[in-house]
Design a protein around this ligand. Structure first.
Ligand code: KG4
Ligand code: ZN
Length: 391
């Protein structure tokens, strides 16, 4: 007979995450197998390598979690798994694994949106952590990850109203690109934060901010271009090769530019999030995603939220970056709401958590001509890739 623990699996990108939860908030045990070292050499994720690494590490990750929890598979009563958005090959590994386990154990399974997981990380409690109140509604949630940046309002569980989103790069993506430009390696976020800390005693370089009027949308591509121009100009003046060809500025300049870049991103993210909380009458601000582990962003939001008199909930850094527990936190809410997936559950490479007001739920596919044939070919390929045959 199966027990009452929830087993959660995350494999959408470059971390293999497995966790056991007791109830919607409490982590019993979790393991995250990171592929950072694997992808560092190429300065970014190679999808095929990522999928293979998930396959290599998913079983050992489950073993670690079961041993740590002192549990067996008989203690698992339900399964939650990331179904998208993410890299299809990576997603498929976790999805097939989770569905097979749920089938073998004869327990329910639910597919979770990775972005919802980032948001629900704010509800998690570590093993042994003293119970603390849940984030209160209405709240404003900022998700800032490598692939996504958006602000939503939540008036209740599992319900989202999109306030704004990035119109170009995600914040994490911008950090990663800036990291490459400055020769700081991959992933850029933590490296820029560390380099910026070195500049604490110096003056950060002033870089532009894209405010996009009063909207809650974000844009980081102008900032990236400004940084690129500055770096290339300075490299040229020093007679060094371009950044692409391995040119590196002297460390004090790298530190000043990293600090200026971080300041610009943090300023826009924090200002818009605080204004969104104020204008919607939120009682709390929740932040998730890898960039939420950035200390400067956390500090800035803490000061602003205190001034506004709203609660601020940001998970510890290890729960901001990809992990299995966050998928469990969101999955538990979905299971409690009665949601169940069939074994035909597939993956979704793209899956917005919330759409702009008035946007259609999905674009109507073309019905005639070359566009329709191309669409059908892509749809079939995706369906095959997702392990289903749709005709
Ligand atoms: O949420 P996440 O682990 O994966 C995605 O779902 O994308 O986020 C990864 C992103 C990377 O772009 C990484 O550079 C960024 O989060 N990141 C940071 C920091 N730690 C990770 N960005 C800024 N400061 C950090 N300390
Ligand atoms: Zn993520």
């Amino acid at each position: 007979m199966s027990g009452g623990l929830l087993l959660a699996v995350e494999s959408s990108c470059d971390e293999t995450g497995v966790a056991l939860l007791d109830g919607p908030r409490r982590i019993v045990a979790q393991a995250v197998a990171s592929q950072v070292a694997l992808h560092a050499g190429t300065g970014g994720i190679v999808p095929e390598l990522a999928a293979r690494a998930h396959l290599r590490w998913i079983d050992p990750a489950l073993d670690v979690v079961l041993v740590e929890a002192g549990a067996t598979l008989a203690d698992v009563g339900s399964v939650a798994v990331t179904a998208g958005p993410g890299l299809v090959g990576s997603l498929l590994v976790g999805l097939a694994y989770a569905k097979a386990l749920a089938w073998a154990l004869d327990v329910p399974v639910v597919g979770v949106n990775h972005l919802e997981g980032h948001l629900y990380a704010a509800w998690l409690l570590d093993p042994g952590e003293i119970e603390r109140p849940e984030p209160v509604f209405p709240l404003v949630a900022l998700v800032v990850s490598g692939g996504h940046t958006f602000l939503v309002e939540m008036r209740d569980h599992l319900s989202y109203r999109l306030l704004g989103e990035t119109v170009d790069d995600a914040a994490g993506e911008a950090f990663d690109k800036a990291g490459r430009l400055l020769g700081l390696g991959y992933p850029g976020g933590p490296a820029i934060a560390a380099a910026a800390a070195d500049a604490a005693e110096r003056t950060p370089e002033r870089l532009p901010r894209a405010w996009l009027g009063d909207s809650f949308d974000f844009s980081f591509s102008g900032l990236k271009t400004a940084l690129r121009r500055m770096v290339e100009f300075e490299l040229g003046a020093l007679g060094l090769p371009s950044a692409e060809n391995g040119g590196r500025l002297p460390p004090p300049r790298v530190a000043a530019l990293a600090a200026g870049f971080q300041e610009s991103v943090v300023d826009v993210l924090a200002t818009k999030t605080l204004r969104a909380a104020e204008t919607t009458g939120a009682r709390a601000i929740v932040v998730g995603g890898g960039v939420a582990s950035n200390a400067a962003l956390r500090d800035r939001l803490a000061t602003g939220a205190a001034a506004l008199g709203v609660d601020l909930v940001i998970p510890r850094p290890g729960l901001c970056t990809d992990n299995g527990a966050m998928i469990g936190a969101a999955g538990a809410r979905r299971l409690a709401a009665g949601e169940r997936a069939g074994l035909d559950l597939g993956v979704r490479a793209s899956w917005p958590l919330a759409r702009p007001a008035g946007a259609p739920a999905s674009r109507r596919p073309p019905t005639r001509g070359a566009a329709a044939r191309a669409y059908a070919a892509v749809r079939d390929a995706e369906a095959d890739a997702a392990g289903r045959v749709a005709r």
